[in-house]
Design a protein around this ligand. Structure first.
Ligand code: CP
Length: 325
């Protein structure tokens, strides 16, 4: 079997979103269009969810080779609410554990007429690799790639910021925690750079600092109190223990909360209308005090609702390109 290698530009020749592999490289207009589409899919809790038939007769394959609650559940619900057939591959019962490669898994599902692959994997480069190999009408959506990229999270974070701040210019956005291993921090920062002109402050404990080359223009510090002062947006991150080999150097939960946790006292240093975000999953009373996570400035559950709307918007956008078959 000879599988041709295809171009994997994120936007096709007609300017339509084909793949979503990373936010870097996308035009602001593409990102803002996705946010506007997503806003149109938002309904209040307790009301009937938005629906759209644009994926009727199409198949979405969710391939999560790393754990997920929010991303996986929201992609599944988004696809179902758009009338797609949805395949959630049970990776622990799949032939990958017998040694089948990711590409052979993809070719197998492509032969069953999967149209969209939603992929989360612990290895860097997997979404791009798949995107070079699938047929022209197929889309690949990155649902979390190692510590590299989480573009749908970046979009839902941007949408949440826009809902509260109505601008992406002139904000102080402070991201606190394990920046070194955070695909969330990278994608949000990439997105902010594309759509506006805000100051990004990265607070990282010793040993968890990012490579400054990955964050041009950002302030990198370990002084959490100074960074929080005057912030408009605070994003807290958990320590990605699964990506850290030498765990003995990590602080205890109690020590971490004291030194780097977002407590009520620290939050009081931010602007009074600052919002508190967390991508989840949260470790309460470690990187964020429970009272802050549940407090009046927290928009964490709104981020989850926005995640579903953003994933519907992405599915709708790529569905316009099925005529490339
Ligand atoms: N934020 C996020 O990616 O959460 P999950 O790991 O639960 O999908």
């Amino acid at each position: 079997m000879d599988h041709e290698a295809f171009d994997y530009e994120q936007v096709d020749a007609q300017g339509r979103l084909r793949h979503l592999l990373k936010l870097r490289g996308l035009d602001a207009s593409v990102i803002l269009d996705l946010l506007t589409r997503a806003q149109g899919y938002i309904r209040p809790i307790g009301h009937a969810p938005a629906r759209d038939d644009c994926l009727a007769g199409r198949t979405v394959a969710n391939l999560f080779f790393e754990a997920s609650t929010r991303t996986r559940a929201s992609f599944e619900l988004a696809a179902k609410r758009m009338s797609a057939d949805v395949l959630n591959l049970d990776v622990n019962m799949s032939s990958r554990i017998k040694g089948e490669s990711i590409l052979d898994t993809i070719y197998t599902l492509q032969a069953m007429q999967a149209d969209i692959f939603v992929v989360r994997d612990a290895s860097a480069g997997i979404p791009e690799l798949i995107a070079t190999k699938v047929e022209p009408h197929i889309s690949v959506l990155n649902a979390g790639e190692s510590d590299i990229s989480h573009p749908t999270q970046g979009l839902l974070d941007l949408l949440t910021i826009r809902q509260h701040k109505s601008t992406f210019d002139g904000l102080a956005v402070t991201i606190i925690g394990d920046i070194a291993h955070s695909r969330v921090a990278r994608s949000l920062t990439e997105g902010l750079r594309i759509v506006g002109d805000s100051e990004v402050r990265l607070v990282a404990p010793s040993g968890l600092e990012p490579d400054p080359d990955d964050y041009p223009g950002a302030i990198i510090t370990d002084d959490i109190d100074e960074a929080i002062a005057g912030s408009d947006v605070l994003v807290t991150l958990r320590i990605q223990r699964e990506r850290i080999k030498e765990k003995s150097s990590l602080m205890t939960s109690h020590e971490y909360l004291k030194r780097y946790g977002l407590t009520e006292a620290r939050l009081a240093r931010a602007r009074p209308d600052a919002i508190v975000m967390h991508p989840g999953p949260m470790n309460r009373d470690v990187e964020i005090a429970s009272s802050v996570a549940d407090g009046p400035q927290s928009v964490i559950t709104q981020q989850v609702s926005n995640g579903l709307a953003v994933r519907m918007a992405i599915l709708a956008a790529v569905s316009a390109g099925f005529d490339r078959a």
